[in-house]
Write a protein that binds this ligand. Structure first.
Ligand code: SF4
Length: 666
């Protein structure tokens, strides 16, 4: 048995350090690396499941081609020759944008950028822009601050109060939870604002249930109270912000009574929150769910505004912590992806890819290449995605398992797992360490790394010289100027984890990267992009305030949160206990509909339906239905049967949570 340091590749806040045991060329155990400065030896079940994923019996180990509706094993030579011929043929007849590259973030390795290099050197393709995950929140912070940057995890030691707003850290950000437990013992006050009473709320001093999608309205209420109590940070507002008058006009346009009614948060609580914010430093940690709405960007902007008005921007222990894109920005993406090589381009918004495939007329989509993703399960409006992908002549999927998307493909190419290839891993969500992941075992069967697959296709298409690099050379390309600062691959290998040179307390000099150089309550960047840059009163599109008729027809708000034991759709087939659709409902729905735990129900709206077993939420805001995302079709189907593919108010984000449903007992 030999033990190696490695890293978690999963799309997660925490980017953990691993210790991996290898015996006879097989991964046998994964544990946490105690020497990792942030993750400190603790990892979650999703990380541990990477051992099962690597060794699973149902892993795809050979290239497959669908012939007469059945997959048959073919050689790599046949697969690569046929796929490269189809790529060349489609490019010649229709142009390279007749090929869609559907890509997502199943893996956080630096070299997952290599397919972009492939398509740029190929001459272009239709690419996906925007995000089903966090697009509107990132754009919101770009408008307000000039970038989305979080405080370093250790900065929580400087906080007096912590507000966890819509982020269930016990499930998705476990190391922040560890910090919360630690600082709570030192007297830090913790508040959780969330529609659902969750594991994080259990350790909080106060839990505030809120109507889904109304977080921005609550932020307006707290700002109103700050102003009314004269608790705002006048110096910061006067010297380092623009557009404050517009914000005051906005707060004047709605009464506290209306805010109480819309948010389900009483005035006393709103006043208390204003006092907490003014008695800082108060750190705000925002989650991603509340920006997956038609009003999602505006919501994050209003919370940013609250953090700014209360004087918690740029100060140790404060911050409007959403994403930490300064981490990913440390790398030289352009060196890896060669955007200048692109001759043609077209972009589809990620959430809208199905609709765009079906309606692209001038250059139709003739071929789809899927890497690092499972759009049939993860992209909203499953029925439309299925129709779109089925309408295309050739679908090629790089995968490890027979996912819903792979099942629909014409070719499935078996890709290596994290321990079968070398890469470096980071997350632009939380901490700023880059971790090293060595190759520890040979890929099973005939599985190959994605880089090998793109390289072999490039060779057959005549641009193999752009791929004549080793993995190490590609990683060094991506490290770019970091190497001049001493952050070399050699150092990352030696240490296992290296901090990147990012700001640990962003905006500490009150110098913002907005066009004005100030914090912008009214965004000039937004205006330049053709939006009204002012903060606004916006509600979820599917709510009684925006569409009364729809809200009467479908009275319940659907939340689609991350599963505890699966990273998105990745583990459902490996864990028997997950192979059922769990429909969590608020107590009021259970009473109204006479539902008991384990009753079977149908959840439905105009887009589709899903059936599952009832669980009753212990405490939550009323009228809530919650179904974990990622379920496979064979186990009951994805919650995205119900969700909308509309995009959010900015940043080309998704509206996955902006979804009303009905429910009935079966
Ligand atoms: S999924 Fe997240 S918390 Fe779990 S091991 Fe991986 S990085 Fe750590």
């Amino acid at each position: 048995m030999t033990t190696f340091k490695s890293a978690c590749p999963l799309n997660c806040w925490d980017s953990c350090g691993f210790v991996v045991e290898v015996e006879n060329g097989k991964i046998v155990k994964i544990d946490g690396d105690k020497e990792h400065p942030i993750t400190k030896g603790k990892i979650c079940g999703r990380g541990r499941m990477l051992e099962a994923r690597t060794n699973a019996e149902d892993r795809i180990l050979y290239p497959l081609k669908k012939i007469d509706g059945e997959f048959q094993r073919i050689t790599w030579e046949q697969a690569l020759t046929e796929i490269s011929s189809k790529l060349a043929e489609v490019r010649q007849i229709y142009g390279s944008t007749a090929i869609l590259h559907s890509h997502d973030y199943a893996n956080g390795g630096l070299l997952t950028k290599i397919p972009n290099r492939f398509f740029n050197c190929f001459g272009g393709a239709t690419e996906l822009i925007g995000s089903i995950c966090w697009g509107s929140g990132i754009e919101a912070q770009n408008w307000d601050f000039g970038n989305a940057a979080s405080h370093s995890p250790e900065d929580i030691y400087n906080s007096k109060n912590v507000i966890i707003w819509g982020r269930n850290v016990t499930r998705t950000n476990m190391h922040l939870f560890a910090y919360l437990q630690e600082v709570k013992k030192k007297g830090v006050n913790i508040t959780v604002i969330d529609p659902i009473y969750n594991g994080t709320a259990k350790i909080a001093h106060s839990y505030i249930p809120i109507t889904p999608g109304m977080d921005g309205i609550l932020a307006i209420g707290i700002i109103k109270e700050l102003l009314q109590l004269d608790l705002q940070d006048k110096n910061f507002i006067q010297n380092y912000t623009v557009g404050f008058e517009d914000l005051v006009d906005l707060t004047d346009s709605i009464s506290i009574e209306q805010i109480e009614k819309m948010t389900n948060v009483p005035r006393e609580t709103i006043t208390n929150l204003a006092q907490i914010y003014s008695d800082g430093p108060t750190a705000t940690y925002m989650g991603l769910g509340m920006q997956r709405y038609g009003n999602g960007g505006n919501t994050i902007r209003l919370i940013d505004a609250l953090v700014a008005v209360s004087g918690n921007v740029g100060v140790p222990g404060g911050g409007a912590n959403f994403g930490n894109t300064q981490v990913g920005q440390s790398f030289d993406s352009a060196a890896l992806t060669l955007p200048e090589r692109k001759k043609e381009s077209r972009a589809f918004v990620m959430s809208e890819q199905a609709e765009k495939i079906l309606t692209a007329s001038e250059t139709p989509i003739k071929m789809i290449m899927v890497s690092c993703g499972n759009p049939l399960t993860q992209v909203p409006n499953t029925a439309l995605v299925q129709e779109a992908f089925q309408s295309v002549d050739t679908v090629v999927v790089l995968e490890q398992f027979m996912t819903d998307t792979a099942r629909l493909a014409d070719y499935v190419l078996p890709s290596a797992t994290v321990f079968e290839e070398e890469d470096i891993y980071y997350s632009s969500m939380y901490h700023h360490y880059v971790n090293y992941g060595p190759k520890l075992v040979e890929a099973r069967g005939e599985a190959k790394s994605d880089v090998w697959i793109w390289t072999e296709l490039a060779k057959r298409l005549g641009f193999g010289e752009d791929f004549e690099y080793t993995r190490e050379e590609f990683i060094e390309m991506g490290l770019g100027s970091l190497q001049d600062r001493g952050i070399t691959l050699e150092l990352i290998k030696e240490k296992g984890h290296v901090p990147l040179p990012v700001k640990l307390v962003p905006w500490h000099d009150f110098s913002f990267t907005t066009p004005s150089g100030k914090f912008e309550f009214t965004s000039s960047l937004g205006e330049m992009k053709g939006y009204d840059g002012r903060l606004q009163l916006l509600y979820p599109r599917e709510s009684i305030y925006s569409d009364k008729e729809l809200a009467e027809k479908y009275p319940y708000s659907l939340l689609t949160i991350h599963p505890l034991r699966s990273n998105h759709s990745q583990n459902y087939h490996l864990i028997e206990g997950l192979q059922t659709v769990k429909v969590e409902i608020s107590k009021d729905i259970a009473e109204e509909k006479g539902l008991e735990p384990d009753d079977r129900v149908r959840v439905y709206n105009d887009r589709g339906e899903i059936t599952g077993k009832v669980q009753i939420l212990k405490e939550s805001s009323p009228n809530i239905v919650c179904i974990d995302e990622g379920q496979w079709h064979i186990f009951g189907g994805s919650v995205n049967n119900l969700t909308s593919h509309q995009i959010s108010d900015n940043g080309l984000g998704s509206t996955l949570y902006d979804c009303l449903v009905g429910i009935e007992k079966l």
